[in-house]
Design a protein around this ligand. Structure first.
Ligand code: ATP
Length: 944
């Protein structure tokens, strides 16, 4: 009977520190006493009671640590190197009796800092929202039913199920345990797993890591399984008490952010250097007075410092992370986004990642006969058919004791349960391992009464499945003997058999029969089936101890079970995408080589007529250099253990690959950590695997890794686009100062400092950010991966920004300036005198020329070689918004009187504006020509 609402727990017992008197039943009590103390029972709490306790004891969460206050974060945006430089520049403006300039530079600094803070805030909020996508869940028994609930809804008295790889979410007393080992390193620092069991302790002490019958929140189940009754949640757990110490994790800046910091520092130093050089040249060569020289120097510094760069990079990364989440890839660290873009090999496992992990038994091999199983999915509808001269006929279990024994073994050596998705629904789901679920469905198709079997043969012991042994065994009482049922990998299990069951009798397993079994196994495997061998052994009465080596030997072979696990439909296309993108895909599986090869061929991972299948044993026999040599071939790793997976990851890294590796089990954790990108499965993955990974796939699908790689490449490309765009205008802003200098003042300064600022921190801002939101470019997955060492701003990128776009923009700016002067009578009339309306109109034209070319450039920067017309103008609407804002701001700068006086502008005639804006399509046409040449050259290279 489920626990009634009248629980016997007193608040202080559970929510306060446990007094020694009350600890006793928890530590020394039998399971029944523990249930009684906590007001629960083996069927768990009633739903209403659980809800009531949740109100009473609160959610099972830890109080949030304070972290850095928002005020400190806000202030830090005004105190970094670049901000300090701008504060100083403003001050110089004041000292040089140019308060307008001083105010403007400071204002710019304030706007820039506030903007950075806003981006930081948004990125943090986005990260918090992502966490909600993958809430921790716990399987509990309530009102007699198993259900998965969010960990924060756990309450004292809940009966919690513990499975291998689970992270324990509350402190609980163990009431059932099978080979349970727990890693308590979070609490004790000791990484060796500790054995736990359900035995009452001899004396009552405070429950802690040393208690053998208690599991504590924050620890993880290394192996085995069990059940435990919760006695403390949230801040009352041992973990909660030390949580405030461990919560303040400092997030390391990503390599890209570090690189950006480096670039910004270099550029800041460089522009300061250029500023100083200009000052000296202006004063010494152009004989400008030092006051004006100062202003020019400031101009150069302000023109070159990429003010919005760092926040825009963080924003691009955060947006990439959000886009990936929408495509089912949850990235835990921003830095992972960049590494993803460099991935050159994906080491993937098979079951669940390439395949759906929805097993259906299709074929059996029992007593030298092949049998076929009908029906699809987990619905227990279908039959087991034998083939005779008259075709297929259902098998009669009452007369086929050999098949009956196989099905009994399938039911007993099994921990899965299956149930309809909803009461009365026709869809079925499996709780537990899908392989075992499929075996239960098989038994139902054979019309076997599972409950009756389980009652008739009570389980005495279990040797849980391990990927190293590749099998599982359970021991049962059968009348007055004990019998062991074993199921596992075929070749490995067959080695332990010396007899076979035929026609109800045990017969010596001859060499010929072994070959027959292996041939059947290979036949099943070649058609992509996952094959398990089933065996049994009546244990001699004298046998003591429950070690696998004592029990799993001298077995009687019962049969083979071949199950289908179809590949995800999207995988083949994703594999093809990888191949086009220069990314290798290599399968590492615990499954049999031929099964692995069949699936690998089906999804296109293997294409060569003969692929090399390297088993774990062969791998162990190779030294590192021979393993390295083997990596260059088309290779599949089969029958591997998690430790071997780690060796393979290391070998690929040594060969210079950037490795992404998938994993789901506890034992995969070292490989996941070692890889450049560890990818855990959100569905079938254990909590331990998820914690060790850099990325979690919400849909367990290989295709999502490839989507994430695409996004990773896109983010990097977008940051580059942003950088190019920002640097374009820097060149055009510097040229007017050069013109002034080298004409020795004959050409009055074509662009004032305030106008430089209006571009860098006004008109350029929104279009630049819009480039950070560019969707993946069509060819992005048709290029080889980028090297991790390649800097963000390499020479081709800088050359394109400064010498191509920069040059066109400079010509646009200067020609606009001269055009207006020519309209006013130049060259017979000298260039407009400084301060006059004509001069202000001329500088306004320079400004308009720069802004107009930046309008065209934002379209050009969307791709480095694809035509803007093939991308489609509407595919990044933010760019259109950016252009709208850019042009509107220019309009305000030119026509709004208050801004005219601040920025030295004057209204322009429509024909003048038309001249400046003709440069927008001009730069697009020039760049389309450049892109066309690149595409032609690439096409020629590809053909040769
Ligand atoms: P992958 O590594 O690609 O996910 P896998 O699921 O086959 O493939 P493992 O889980 O390591 O890899 O299993 C290795 C082998 O152990 C399987 O091929 C199968 O023969 C056997 N096996 C898997 N699950 C069970 C189980 N529940 N009971 C007994 N044997 C099993």
């Amino acid at each position: 009977m489920p626990a009634s609402g009248t629980s016997s727990i007193v608040d202080s017992e559970v929510v306060g520190p446990l007094p020694s008197y009350d600890n006793r039943p928890l530590a020394t009590g039998s399971a029944a006493e523990v249930y009684a103390t906590l007001g629960s029972c083996p069927d768990g709490l009633l739903h209403s009671e659980a809800a009531e306790r949740l109100k009473r004891f609160g959610a099972n969460t830890l109080a949030k640590s304070q972290g850095k206050s928002w005020l400190v974060k806000f202030a830090s945006n005004f105190t970094h190197l670049m901000a300090i430089l701008l504060w100083a520049a403003g001050l110089v403006g004041f000292l040089a009796h140019m308060p307008q300039l001083g105010v403007a530079i400071w204002l710019v600094n304030i706007v820039n800092g506030s903007f950075s803070f806003w981006q930081e805030y948004r990125a943090e909020k986005a990260a918090e929202a992502l966490k909600q996508l993958l809430p921790a869940r716990v399987t509990v028994r309530r009102q007699g039913e198993l259900r998965s609930v969010p960990a924060e809804e756990l309450v004292p008295g809940d009966v919690m199920l513990l499975e291998e790889g689970d992270r324990v979410s509350a402190d609980a007393r163990i009431v059932k345990a099978v080979e349970l080992r727990v890693n308590q390193s979070v609490l004790t620092g000791e990484s060796a797993p500790v054995e736990k069991d359900a035995r009452p302790a001899l004396y009552g002490s405070r429950p802690g890591p040393q208690s053998h019958n208690v599991v504590l929140a924050g620890t993880t189940v290394e192996c085995g399984h069990g059940e435990a009754v919760v006695f403390a949640t949230g801040m009352k757990t041992e973990f909660g008490k030390i949580a405030s110490l461990t919560q303040s994790v400092i997030e390391e800046p990503s390599p890209l952010q570090k690189e950006m910091g480096r670039v910004t520092r270099i550029i800041t130093a460089l522009s300061t250097g250029i500023g100083i050089a200009f000052f000296l040249l202006a004063v010494l060569v152009a004989q400008v007075d030092p006051g004006h020289g100062f202003v020019f120097a400031l101009g150069m510094i302000v023109a070159f410092v990429p003010e919005g760069m760092v926040p825009a990079v963080t924003l691009s990364l955060a947006m990439g992370v959000q886009r990936m989440a929408r495509r089912n890839a949850l990235v835990k660290r921003l830095s992972a986004v960049e590494t993803l873009g460099c991935t050159s090999v994906i080491l993937t496992d098979k079951t669940g990642t390439l395949t759906k992990n929805e097993m259906t038994v299709r074929e059996l091999w029992v007593a030298r006969r092949k049998l076929t199983v009908t029906g699809v999915g987990y619905a227990p509808e279908g039959a087991i058919l034998s083939q005779d001269a008259h075709g297929h006929a259902p098998v009669d279990l009452t007369t086929d004791s050999d098949l009956c024994e196989v099905l009994i073994a399938c039911v007993l050596c099994n921990n899965a349960r299956f149930s309809p998705t909803n009461p009365g629904a026709s869809q079925w789901r499996v709780l537990g391992d899908p392989t075992e679920g499929a075996l239960r469905v098989l038994a139902r198709k054979g019309r076997l009464d599972e409950d009756l079997i389980s009652q008739a043969f009570p389980r005495l012991r279990e040797l849980p499945f391990s990927p190293d042994r590749k099998r599982m065994t359970t021991v049962h009482q059968r009348r007055d003997t004990r019998v062991a049922f074993v199921k596992g990998a075929v070749r490995e299990t067959l080695l332990l058999c010396n007899r076979i069951r035929l026609g109800g009798n045990e017969v010596v397993l001859s060499e010929q029969m072994r070959q027959e079994i292996l041939t059947a196994n290979d036949e099943f495997a070649k058609s992509g089936l996952r094959v398990l061998a089933v065996a049994e052994r009546e244990l001699p009465a004298w046998l003591a101890g429950w070690l696998p080596e004592n029990i799993e030997c001298d077995l009687v072979f019962l049969g083979l079970v071949g199950m289908m696990d179809p590949p995800h439909p999207e995988v083949a296309e994703a594999v093809e995408k990888c191949q086009a993108a220069g990314i290798r895909v290599v399968m590492i599986t615990g499954d049999y080589g031929l099964t692995a090869e069949s699936i690998a061929r089906r999804v296109g991972i293997v294409r060569a007529a003969r692929a090399r299948i390297m088993t774990g044993d062969e791998l162990d026999s190779l030294d590192d250099s021979r393993l390295q040599a083997a990596l260059s071939e088309e290779i599949i790793f089969a029958r591997t253990t998690p430790a071997q997976k780690l060796r393979i990851v290391t070998a690929f890294q040594k060969a210079g690959y950037i490795v992404a590796v998938t994993g789901d089990g506890v034992n995969d954790a070292p490989a996941l950590r070692k890889a450049d990108i560890g990818v855990a499965m959100g569905g079938i993955g254990t909590d331990v695997a998820k914690e060790s990974a850099d990325m979690i796939l919400l849909d367990d699908n290989f295709a999502s890794i490839v989507n994430a790689v695409e996004e990773g490449r896109t983010v990097y490309a977008n940051i580059r686009r942003f950088a190019i765009y920002v640097f374009n205008s820097n060149m055009a802003e510097a040229v007017p100062f050069v013109a002034l200098l080298f004409s020795r003042g004959a050409i009055p300064l074509p662009l004032t400092l305030m106008q430089v600022l209006s571009v860098d921190l006004g008109t350029d801002m929104v279009p630049a950010i819009a480039l950070g939101a560019e969707p993946p470019e069509p060819g992005v997955m048709q290029r080889p991966p980028r090297s991790l060492k390649e800097p963000l701003l390499n020479w081709p990128v800088l050359a394109r920004a400064l010498l191509w776009y920069g040059a066109i923009e400079s010509i646009a700016a200067m020609s606009s300036y001269f055009y207006l002067n020519w309209q006013n009578g130049w060259p017979t009339i000298p260039l407009a005198a400084e301060g006059s309306v004509a001069y202000r109109m001329a500088t306004t034209m320079t400004l308009a020329g720069i802004v107009a070319t930046q309008v065209g450039a934002v379209l050009c920067c969307r791709s480095d070689h694809a035509s803007i017309f093939s991308l489609g103008l509407l595919t990044n609407r933010l760019v259109l918004l950016g252009i709208f804002v850019e042009v509107s701001l220019l309009g305000l700068l030119i026509y709004a009187p208050p801004l005219q006086s601040i920025f030295n502008t004057a209204p322009l005639a429509a024909s003048d504006l038309a001249f400046a804006f003709a440069w927008a399509p001009a730069i697009v046409v020039c760049d389309e020509l450049r892109k066309w040449c690149i595409r032609r050259r690439n096409g020629r290279l590809a053909r040769s």
